[in-house]
Design a protein around this ligand. Structure first.
Ligand code: IMP
Ligand code: MG
Length: 188
């Protein structure tokens, strides 16, 4: 049980790294007014923290993807309210895993004739990549363990954890949920 899960990135380390990414983005987009587009639901926490570290005028919007069918085809279920034509788009993802979602998303945004598209992901599971998709900014390179917290979920749960945890044995959700919950929600 003790090695069924482990803390991977603390709230403090996330916050330090997000601040670094914010200043890099502020430099790179100086003189522009980019539109930050977060991919719901997982990127919501990261977007909220990141934009407060980018000292520039910018717009913030979100889109929600829908996975369907065999092979995990994706489409946009809820689109941005802001038109992306001729905008400098900063696409924000929680995590890039196989790279399939990001590949399709980049293509969809480019088809809208955005002036530029770059992606920032908090986490990069680089060893799991199936398609070689550009990722201009990333917070942390991580291993191939299943992660939860700071937006990442297991079947809709645990997005609200302040730290990021690796679940090394997914049986913990089934076999010992109470002990697990007491560890990841320390104040309860
Ligand atoms: P990709 O298309 O395989 O790159 O998938 C990326 C998406 O898979 C992310 O946006 C997450 O929603 C989900 N995902 C990948 N790895 C994890 C993980 O470790 N925990 C939770 N969700 C994950
Ligand atoms: Mg996601």
């Amino acid at each position: 049980m003790a090695d069924a899960f482990t803390l991977v990135i603390s709230e403090q380390d996330i916050s330090t790294r997000v601040a670094e990414l914010g200043s890099v983005l502020a430099e790179d987009y100086a003189g522009k007014r980019p539109v930050v587009v977060g991919v719901l639901t997982g990127a919501l926490w990261f977007v909220a923290d990141l934009v407060r570290q980018i000292d520039l005028e910018l717009d913030v919007d979100f889109l929600l993807l829908n996975r369907f069918g065999e092979g995990g085809r994706i489409r946009i279920q809820t689109d941005t309210a802001i038109p992306l034509v001729e905008r400098d788009v900063i696409l924000v993802e929680d995590i890039v895993d196989t790279g399939l979602s990001l590949t399709i998303l980049r293509k969809m945004i480019e088809e809208r004739r955005a002036s530029s598209v770059r992606c920032v992901a908090l986490l990069d599971k680089v060893t799991r990549r199936i398609v070689d998709v550009p990722l201009e900014y990333r917070g942390f390179e991580v291993g191939d363990e299943f992660l939860i917290g700071y937006g990442l979920d297991h079947e809709g749960h645990y997005r609200n954890l302040r730290d990021i945890w690796a679940v090394l044995d997914l049986g913990i959700f089934r076999d010992d949920p109470e002990t697990f919950r007491r560890s990841v929600f320390p104040r309860r």
